[in-house]
Design a binder for this molecule. Structure first.
Ligand code: PLP
Length: 371
């Protein structure tokens, strides 16, 4: 296969035309409000709540601080059940709260936490479940809630991959006690860096907003050792412009997914994820899984071969979080406990996908995999 002239990366951030953003910058320069719940921040919260179909949203400087703060909001302590098949920030947020992560294996269909393995991991110290909607495919939210209700646990969803996803006609962030989003440059909706917590009631929203602003609950009242994780006006302004282009960007992503699905389903030794039921997807990622026996070469060999032709996929998620030095000593991190996660981590490559990826390039990527 001929090597591409320019490298293609797993993603490329979407940005509006600069001219579209300039009037917003002008307004910031004119009114000199740069942060602290400014007009763009308030407007973006309103527009996002409406767009995502959720009652309350609080904006954050990034998704990781949203996760760290979410655990404080609900006063989560002790042990939390989570998945090793995610981006490290999911588990790091527990560590920053002095909470012990307890890893549970994933289900093989979508790579989300396996609800049937949760109960066995519950101890008297367990206070919450922290699942991830991996690749934007919803977890089994009904079953997870059922278990949480029986054992009196809170559920916080890491919905960083899930912006704009609907499940059974409802915004996915309506499930669980809290959901967190990321608006990082690599996500389907970006504010360069950014994030959010979604909650269901006004009192919780108030508590979130205090905690993200040092714990200020009034001019002289500090309600808790809060943090500074506020989104600034530049980020919020960019969010307002980005939101206008969201639907067209998702449609472009869908066109790439259609090519990948059509071209890759028939390759021996390559599997792709099924399409989940009752779900409006955001097409954030396109993972493929390489079965060495049937495909002929290993995942890493394919990964390197693609790189040589200037196609840079990413092995999301490899290694597993449970294999990093700070977590591998945990009882729940033993490989025999996480067999399915291990298998997916060893087989996965996420292919390039972003709105401006040329359809012909997507076809070229498929040819490289067929070859
Ligand atoms: C991106 C991501 C985060 C972190 O979000 P940031 O905004 O980059 O801090 C957390 N969890 C998952 C699953 C992510 O993909």
């Amino acid at each position: 296969m001929k090597k591409l002239e320019n490298p293609i990366y797993v993603t490329q951030p979407s940005l509006p035309e600069l001219e579209e953003f300039i009037p917003y910058l002008q307004q910031i320069w004119d009114n000199k409000i740069l942060t602290n719940n400014g007009p763009f921040h308030q407007q973006l919260e309103k527009e996002l709540a409406n767009f995502l179909g959720v009652p309350y949203i609080s904006l954050f400087a990034n998704g990781t601080l949203a996760l760290v703060t979410a655990l404080q909001v609900l006063r989560i302590t002790g042990e939390v059940i989570t998945t090793p098949y995610s981006f490290v920030a999911t588990t790091h947020s527990l560590w920053w709260n002095n909470i012990k992560p307890v890893f549970v294996d994933i289900e093989p269909e979508f790579g989300n936490i396996n609800p049937e393995k949760i109960e066995a991991a519950i101890t008297p110290k367990t206070t919450a479940i922290l699942p991830v909607h991996v690749y934007g495919n919803p977890c089994n939210v009904e079953r997870i809630q059922e278990i949480a209700d029986i054992y009196g646990l809170k559920v916080i969803y890491d919905a960083a991959h899930c912006f704009g996803v609907n499940y059974k006609g409802k915004g996915i962030c309506n499930f669980g006690d809290l959901s967190i989003l990321s608006f990082h440059a690599t996500k389907v909706f970006n504010t360069m860096e950014g994030g959010a917590i979604i909650c269901h009631d006004k009192a919780t929203k108030k508590r979130i907003d205090y905690l993200k602003n040092f714990g200020f609950a009034g001019e002289t009242t500090i309600m808790a050792p809060g943090i500074n994780s506020k989104m600034n006006e530049m980020q919020a302004a960019l969010g307002l412009v980005q939101l206008k282009h969201y639907q067209e960007n998702i449609a472009k992503r869908k066109a790439i997914v259609d090519i990948y699905r059509k071209e890759l389903t028939t390759i021996n030794g390559i599997t792709i994820l099924p399409i989940p039921e009752n779900t409006d997807l955001n097409h954030a990622y396109f993972p493929i899984f390489v079965d060495e026996k049937n495909y002929g070469i290993t995942r890493d060999q394919l990964y390197e071969r693609l790189k040589q032709n200037n196609i840079f996929g990413r092995r999301y998620f490899y290694p597993l979080i449970s294999e990093f030095p700070m977590y591998k000593g945990l009882d729940s991190a033993v490989p025999s406990n996480l067999k399915t996660a291990k298998q997916l981590a060893e087989r996965v490559i996420c292919l390039p996908i972003y709105p401006d990826l040329d359809i012909e390039l997507a076809k070229y990527i498929c040819k490289n995999i067929k070859n």
